[in-house]
Design a protein around this ligand. Structure first.
Ligand code: NAD
Length: 353
């Protein structure tokens, strides 16, 4: 049994689906169901007894104690977070509460639980914290990519709150010996991503005939990784990572935001041509830049590749194609997210029955 937090969000849901398909070990999934949590992402598991969903907050110490005592997980994977930089600029409070205070409460409950384990159970236990490359701050154009040794220089309330949580995780290892692992990953994309993030926003706006917003000059550089490759990396680190260590995860796919949007337009032109036969590129619209927008992130994933043998299976081209195909094949999911109907989905599919 493993405990996953935030498993109704984008990466967490992909992880739970992938885990049950590949490993098959039961999962307790603790998620608060904020705007970003969507149980429709887990619709395939509706009748799957290996998946136990619990709506709740990682900051709820009493709930955590009960869950840990009842299910006795051998590992915890912490995805739960407020994750959108723009929202953190408009309202940082929730980011402090969940990403910092929530992670602290979770660590503290887990420390208590782990202290009570004995023998092989105690030795095999792991707490894996899922984090971001944004904790390292912004890179100059020619600077080498972030290694695990790069110092933390977070620039947004989001990245600062994640950096704080990474430090807490590290401290719980150093101070109490809790067997933790941390992964710092670059930008993910793929199925079930909430369309406030660049790639699903562009796909869904393009199809709706809306503008495709590009911040500033569109020359901000990000490294991109297909979400299933991230899920495999997490599984690998959980299985073979060294407690107390951090592992950078990236796709060796640095691109400017403008380049990503243009590639998406080209794919959409091929897979779902506009009725007027013109390119989706006509919908590109440059908008005022995000305050404090980091210019470049780049991940050096040499460590996980050499020590743990992980490499991404998808190229950027193949991953983007799969992603566009998924959004084209799932118009109901997109419509429910856009209309807010996904919030009622759980009532209709679980509580009514
Ligand atoms: P997301 O916003 O799609 O999902 C977050 C999930 O956490 C949601 O289901 C939400 O309901 C849940 N949640 C939020 N607050 C909670 C709380 N207090 N208690 C319990 N559940 C709560 O995020 P995502 O993109 O899937 O990211 C997951 C994790 O991966 C985050 O920690 C994020 O920092 C990290 N990460 C994301 C990316 C990326 O590109 N999306 C890249 C690297 C790392």
């Amino acid at each position: 049994m493993i405990l996953v937090t935030g498993g109704a969000g984008f990466i967490g849901a992909n992880f739970v689906l992938d885990w049950l398909a590949e490993i098959g070990e039961p999962v307790v999934n603790l998620d608060k169901l904020t705007y970003a949590g969507n149980r429709e992402n887990l619709a395939r598991l509706a009748d799957d007894r290996r998946h136990c969903f619990v709506q709740g907050d990682i900051g709820d110490a009493a709930l955590l104690d009960t869950l840990l005592a009842t299910h006795r997980p051998r590992a915890i994977i912490n995805f739960a977070a407020e994750s959108h930089v723009d929202r953190s600029i408009r309202g940082p409070e929730a980011f402090i509460q969940t990403n910092i205070v929530g992670t602290f409460r979770l660590l503290d409950a887990v420390r208590d639980y782990w202290s009570g384990l004995e023998g092989t159970e105690r030795g095999a236990f792991r707490f894996l914290h899922v984090s971001t490359d944004e904790v390292y701050g912004s890179l100059a154009p020619e600077a080498p990519a972030f290694t695990e040794q790069h110092r933390f220089e977070p620039n947004s309330p989001y990245s600062a709150s994640k950096a704080a949580s990474d430090h807490l995780v590290r401290a719980y290892h150093h101070t109490y010996g809790l067997p933790v692992l941390t992964t710092n990953c670059s930008n993910n994309y793929g199925p079930y991503q909430f369309p406030e993030k660049l790639i699903p926003l562009v796909i869904t706006n393009a199809l709706a005939g809306k503008p495709l917003p590009i911040y500033g000059d569109g020359q901000q550089v990000r490294d991109w990784l297909y979400v299933e490759d991230h899920c495999r990396a997490i599984r690998r680190v959980l299985e073979a990572g060294c407690p107390g260590e951090t592992y950078n995860v990236g796709g060796w796919s640095e691109r400017t935001n403008l380049d990503i949007v243009q590639q998406l337009c080209t794919l959409l032109d091929e897979l779902r041509p506009r009725p007027d036969g013109r390119s989706y590129q006509e919908q590109l619209t440059f908008v005022a830049d995000r305050p404090g927008h980091d210019r470049r992130y780049a991940i050096d994933a040499t460590r996980i590749a050499t020590e743990l043998g992980w490499r991404p299976a998808e190229t950027l081209a193949s991953g983007l194609r799969k992603t566009v195909e998924w959004y084209l094949a799932n118009p109901d999911w997109v419509a429910h997210v856009q209309s807010g109907a996904y919030r009622h989905w759980v009532r209709e599919h679980y509580e009514a029955s």
